[in-house]
Design a protein. Structure first.
Length: 322
């Protein structure tokens, strides 16, 4: 087997592992709503963590055997694999709109990543790493705070997934810089970067877990899948001096693919918004809200208390005997 074929195979298995982890995360989130971030007592969550770890390792190994322009776009297949796997294993079928959105997001992301230039490895000095970490913490914190103010579960989940994607993307950036500067003779010199990788990866895992609460699988997974490499690519373009292939033409094509990916995310969000006939009202708990009388929902006859029935029967008897 050639190196290119091996990298493709590893990339596909990595995408399947990521998809399996996401399905388990969504399944655990739907069954443990009281623990949105870290359901440590759930064995399925630990299996999801292991699958995500396997996917990450396989992705790194694939990059060692194949070019970035091939491996990165194949990673975008996670959402495409996740939909049929969810239908097969947990009976969560996706509608036509979700499929269109997933395919658009995958094609847009794959096209965008395929146009990213493959330049020499670069690193960041300590001051720039500190600034990048501070900006990332601020961005993730802002998205998290905005998510807490959202009453619609899908809007809250997309914001949390976006924050998770930012965390994962910056963790990838620090992983790249640590790999470039790694020195086996003095491995402890990279402890700040290793600490940042652990912190951002853990933050991304917890936020992605919370994003699956009451929002289904497709929209949060697609958001994380798109935001993660896009954030890493933006850092590469702005701080590593990387460029798009084919000059101005490549830049225009990249913008077009970005619009396609964004359109796919919008379709996935709209599809999820359309699943609920009565959105939660402002000020109510979106996960426990129930339709109220007068909201256009047929709730059937309202049972009358037994004590009231007995009083009415006695009143009728008195009236009839007078």
């Amino acid at each position: 087997m050639s190196s290119l074929a091996l990298s493709v195979l590893l990339s596909l298995v990595s995408a399947v592992a990521y998809a399996g982890g996401a399905i388990l995360q969504e399944h655990v989130a739907s069954h443990t709503p009281s623990r949105p971030y870290a359901p440590l007592h759930q064995g399925g969550w630990w299996v999801a963590v292991a699958l995500n770890g396997i996917g990450a390792v396989l992705h790194v190994v694939a990059l060692a055997y194949g070019p970035l322009s091939v491996v990165q776009p194949l990673g975008a297949l996670t959402i495409v694999f996740a939909l049929p796997m969810a239908a097969l294993f947990v009976r969560r079928k996706a509608g036509a709109t979700a499929w269109r959105g997933a395919i658009m997001a995958t094609v847009g992301l794959a096209g965008l990543l395929s146009l990213t230039g493959n330049t020499d490895s670069h690193s960041l000095p300590g001051a720039q790493r500190l600034v990048l970490a501070a900006v990332t913490v601020g961005a993730v914190g802002l998205l998290f705070l905005l998510a807490q103010r959202m009453h619609r579960p899908i809007a809250r989940s997309v914001l949390l997934a976006g924050a998770a994607g930012v965390s994962f993307g910056i963790a990838s950036v620090f992983t790249k810089t640590a790999a470039v500067d790694w020195n086996w003779a003095a491995p402890l010199t990279q402890w700040p970067s290793l600490l940042a990788i652990a912190a951002f990866a853990t933050c991304g895992l917890l936020l992605s877990q919370a994003s699956y609460r009451s929002a289904g699988l497709a929209a949060p997974l697609a958001t994380v899948t798109v935001v993660n490499p896009v954030v890493a690519a933006v850092v590469g373009l702005t701080m590593f001096g990387e460029t798009f292939r084919y000059g101005v033409t490549g830049t225009v094509l990249a913008l077009g693919f970005g619009v396609v990916a964004a359109g796919g995310l919008i379709l996935l969000t709209v599809e999820r918004l359309g699943t609920g006939p009565n959105p939660p009202r402002a000020g109510s708990d979106p996960d426990t809200a129930r339709p109220q009388i007068g909201e256009g929902v047929d709730v059937g006859p309202v049972p009358r208390p037994r004590a009231h029935l007995e009083v009415e029967m006695r009143s009728g008897a008195v009236a009839g005997g007078s």
